[in-house]
Design a protein around this ligand. Structure first.
Ligand SMILES: *[C@@H]1O[C@H](CO)[C@@H](O)[C@H](O)[C@H]1NC(C)=O
Length: 127
């Protein structure tokens, strides 16, 4: 019963994630002004932004659009070359799906099929 509730919660979160794929504007992320109006400086300068890095938003989109193929314990739905799933895969800089896989949390890694994720997507999306 508890397990069912937890699984329901996870599913709910995933569904939510599917509808929250719109990235926040940079201002919402890089907000360095506290409510009191005091500027807070970070202790160390941030590393220089890497030009081509995959993002969490791209990960969420792939988990969302490619779920039918990469999720474990699911009837397999193979992505077609011109599907939303493949479009999401092609949006990844340098088509680096390994970069996306590295963004998965350990819980997510347990939910998705590693070989289909890292190699299958590339094949079905004709990359
Ligand atoms: C797959 O789709 C991409 C983008 O639409 C296209 O460039 C590519 O030629 C297609 N590949 C095949 C094998 O249809």
């Amino acid at each position: 019963m508890v397990y069912a509730k937890v699984a329901g919660g996870v599913l709910f979160l995933l569904l939510l994630a599917c509808f929250e794929a719109i990235p926040l504007p940079p201002a919402a992320i890089a907000n360095d002004v506290r409510p009191h109006g005091k500027r807070v400086y970070p202790p160390a300068p941030p590393p220089p932004p890497s030009t081509e890095e995959c993002t969490r938003a791209q990960k969420v989109e792939i988990l969302c659009e490619c779920e039918g193929y990469i999720k474990i314990h699911n009837t397999i739905r193979y992505p077609t070359n011109n599907s939303l799933c493949c479009n999401a895969v092609r949006n990844v800089p340098n088509l680096d799906i390994f970069c996306i896989y590295d963004l998965l949390t350990s819980r997510e890694k347990n939910m998705y099929h590693p070989r289909r994720f890292k190699y299958g997507l590339r094949n079905f999306c004709s990359l």
